[in-house]
Design a protein around this ligand. Structure first.
Ligand code: FES
Length: 181
């Protein structure tokens, strides 16, 4: 009789043991999941604090009115974030396609390029890099690496020319200079 009772106790123990151990482990599993999630969130916040993302904010900015921007003329525009852009008028249809807006920063090592009207090209004096009037590389290291001058989007509204350029920082408006040729 005692042997049967012992066998029943062992069987009950075998049935309830996995259930009990599962119930015992469940809070531990929840706790470790919570800790992992908590540490993950903490690490993410620390990462964002130490390495903030540099999203480029941009928007349309007034450049000039079309009537005072003659065919063949060029001007330099400095965005609120300090980006220098060279704008040139290449036609007179009255739309944004009349203009080309190119960064004046050489994509090779960041020197300033300037327009050479007599050679019909942008020239970078640092390593004799050159670009055509549309910003495509034609000589020097930029040509070897096929690096063009970055181009900016333009819009015309009510006879006024606007550019899409970075707006991340405020810069004194007096830094905008015009050079008519
Ligand atoms: S920085 Fe312009 S060619 Fe090198």
């Amino acid at each position: 009789m005692g042997g049967i009772k012992e066998t029943q106790d062992v069987e009950e123990q075998n049935v309830t043991e996995p259930r009990r151990s599962f119930l015992q482990r469940w809070p531990a599993a929840l706790m470790s999941f919570g800790l992992t999630a908590g540490y993950g969130m903490f690490a993410t916040l620390i990462g964002r604090f130490l390495f903030p993302s540099r999203r480029r904010l941009s928007g349309p900015q007034y450049v000039n009115d079309l009537r005072s921007f003659r065919l063949g003329a060029s001007m330099t525009y400095v965005s609120p974030a300090g980006e220098k852009v060279v704008l040139t008028r290449v036609s007179e249809t009255g739309g944004s396609e009349d203009f080309i807006a190119l960064s004046s920063v050489c994509p090779h090592l960041g020197c300033q390029v300037h327009w050479e009207g007599q050679n019909d090209r942008f020239f970078c004096p640092c390593h004799n890099g050159a670009f055509d009037s549309e910003g495509s590389p034609i000589a020097g290291p930029p040509k070897d690496a096929n690096q063009s001058l970055p181009r900016y989007e333009l819009h015309v509204e009510n006879g006024l020319l606007f550019i899409d350029a970075a707006t991340e920082a405020l810069v004194d408006a007096s830094q905008n200079t015009s050079h008519r040729t």
